[in-house]
Design a protein around this ligand. Structure first.
Ligand code: TPP
Ligand code: MG
Length: 578
């Protein structure tokens, strides 16, 4: 390639930037000379700002997790570049997280050159080009993307990138995948314009007048109305709309398998959090009208379900969930709408028509607030440390107190401690709490990087992770990236020295079985690894391990100061072992 030449690769990067992508999280290979050259030429010509900033990630899982969290926090699509089919497969389970988290991310992978004898620029010239050729590269990700396509020519690569990102950003948002062989990524081109305004995401949808009225009337007339939500707070601007409607009607809000702040945790109408439930939730059992708002798992019917007589309504950006093969709730009406728009419509109708009687609303408000206050007091009683033992409840309360009044963003991948983290953190500020939205572990490792890069400089990113999840997050790669790109964070490992989750799963199915009788679940991490030391070795992180409950607040305070000073810190907090 001659200096200054313009190729498909250059046009591809230009289109990403035009579409609002600020970062490319990349793991390069023999398929990417065109991209590497385009970046180098832009730098040589002083036009680096024309392309998204490059973040090199030594593991693809970290790259996609970082892009995922960056897109969540910034609400802008991001891009990931990986190496042919092999790098694509290393994206692994994080693809499911990106799909379930409804994350707008464009993944690009090169493809093996398709010419053997030098017919075109980019033709095969390394032994690996024969070996890396995958039969169905796009098929690898097809179950986890909204759209996949092949770049066949540079002449329309910009339209293709804009179209892919339009699909990725339109709700329900999600990942998209493009592949391009070396020859096409090397194709010389004349620069050409594309109007990004023609590729805006689809506008948010509203409820019909009829459904607005039906839901508003049902909520207003109910004796025990309840709202159940999981991911409305992906859009932090939707939270005030929920608060307004809840206050207007005095409806309680239950957060189910929630990985963002949907409703302020300290609001008197906040009815708590539920994840994997083993007991019936009394609010759910009692409710006569339930509005399910943006939820993949509003309850788990085998252990915790609404009354069969309850009238259920569902408003969701994705109400029938075609990407979840088996899914159903017994809703009278399901509406595909943007939750903020829908809540504002319902609130307007309630207000305009003065729907509920003031007396009914105030009685209900007092009842719900009293129950919630008692529930919170019971939770607070669990926050006292046991004798010489750090419990997850105490640990979370210490983290909450540490962060009180600061600008912080907590990532949670605490697994069997999801419930304890939510119950005792009770995050209040929209956008201050985030999980992957999926079930593939290791997201927080890269996630902390993306979250930090997308946040204002003064915000502290804190990850609360299981010890297993910490290891799934490829900490050697993640901590190196964090240091190199100046994205420090605090990681608190809820270290029970093993995997509690598969043990609990076994007990839920075989409570009296042989594994239970022998206490033999194959989940222990003995002999113990020095988990924080991995971060110290790979990224120069401050590392510590805590056993003593009395020392915990002091250690947390010290590590927070380290992170504020610009260096990552990882602390393993020893909980009772699995
Ligand atoms: C990529 C991936 N592999 C395996 C699993 C299955 N799995 C679910 S929870 C869990 C254990 C997690 O351990 P840890 O993070 O220490 O949390 P704990 O269960 O101890 O609370 C495993 C292995 C998964 N969800 N994702
Ligand atoms: Mg564990």
């Amino acid at each position: 390639m001659t200096a200054g030449s313009y190729t498909t690769s250059a046009a591809f990067l230009e289109a990403l930037a035009e579409a609002g992508v600020s970062y490319v999280f990349a793991n390069f290979g023999s398929d990417h000379p065109g991209l590497i050259e385009a970046y180098a030429q832009a730098k040589a010509q002083g036009r680096e700002a024309a392309y998204p900033r490059l973040i090199i990630c030594p593991h693809e899982m970290v790259a996609l997790s970082a892009a995922h969290a960056y897109a969540s926090v910034s609400r802008q699509p991001q891009a990931v570049v990986v190496h042919v089919g092999d790098g694509t497969q290393n994206l692994g389970g994080e693809m499911n997280n990106a799909l379930r988290g409804r994350i707008p991310v464009l993944i690009f992978a090169g493809a093996s050159p398709y010419t053997l004898d030098g017919e075109l620029p980019g033709s095969r010239n390394e032994w690996i080009h024969w070996i890396q050729d995958a039969r169905d590269q796009r098929g690898i990700l097809r179950g986890f993307v909204k759209y996949d396509n092949e770049i066949r020519t540079g002449r329309n690569v910009k339209q293709l990138v804009h179209r892919a990102l339009q699909i990725a950003r339109s709700e329900p948002a999600g990942p998209v995948y493009l592949v391009g062989a070396r020859e096409v990524m090397e194709e010389p081109l004349e620069p050409y314009p594309v109007d990004p305004a023609q590729f805006r995401p689809v506008e948010p949808a509203a409820l019909t007048t009829e459904v607005t009225r039906e839901i508003a009337t049902a909520l207003a007339r109910a004796r025990h109305p309840l709202i159940v939500t999981s991911y409305l707070g992906r859009n932090p601007d939707a939270v005030p709309a929920l608060v307004e409607l809840a206050d207007l009607l005095a409806v309680g809000v239950l957060e189910s398998a929630a990985f963002c702040v949907n409703f302020p945790g300290d609001h008197p109408l906040h009815c708590g959090y539920q994840f994997t439930t083993t007991e019936q939730n009394p609010d759910l059992a009692q409710a006569d009208v339930i509005l399910v708002l943006d939820s993949d798992v509003p309850w788990i019917p085998t252990t915790n379900r609404p009354s069969p007589a309850a009238a259920i309504y569902a408003i969701d950006v994705d109400p029938v969930k075609p990407t979840i093969p088996m899914w159903q709730i017994a809703a009278r009406r399901s509406a595909a709408a943007d939750s903020k728009v829908a809540l504002e419509q319902i609130a307007r109708l309630v207000r305009d028509e003065n729907l509920p009687e003031a007396q009914v609303v105030e009685t209900r408000r007092a009842e719900i607030a009293a129950v919630n206050q008692a529930r919170r007091a019971a939770l607070e009683a669990l926050e006292r440390p046991g004798a010489g033992v750090i419990t997850p409840q105490y640990l979370t309360a210490c983290v909450r107190d540490l962060l009180a009044g600061t600008d912080s963003l907590v990532l949670t991948e605490a697994i069997t401690n999801y419930q304890a983290v939510a119950d005792h953190l009770r995050p209040r500020v929209p956008g201050s709490y985030l999980g992957s939205g999926g079930g593939s572990l290791g997201w927080a490792g890269g996630g902390a990087i993306g979250a930090k890069l997308a946040s204002p400089a003064e915000r502290t990113v804190v990850s609360l992770v299981g010890d297993g999840s910490y290891l799934f997050g490829v900490p050697s790669s993640a901590q190196w990236v964090a240091r190199r790109y100046d994205a420090p964070s605090l990681t608190v490992i809820y270290d029970n020295r093993g995997w509690a989750a598969p043990k609990f799963s076994t007990l839920r199915v075989h409570g009296q079985g042989a594994a239970a009788a022998a206490d033999d679940f194959h989940v222990s991490f003995e002999p113990e690894a020095d988990l924080p030391a991995i971060a110290a070795a790979a990224g120069g992180a401050y590392a510590a391990t805590v056993d003593d409950p009395d020392e915990l607040p002091g250690v947390l305070k010290d590590t927070l100061a380290v992170v504020r000073g610009g260096r990552s810190a990882v602390i393993s907090v020893h909980l009772p072992p699995v």
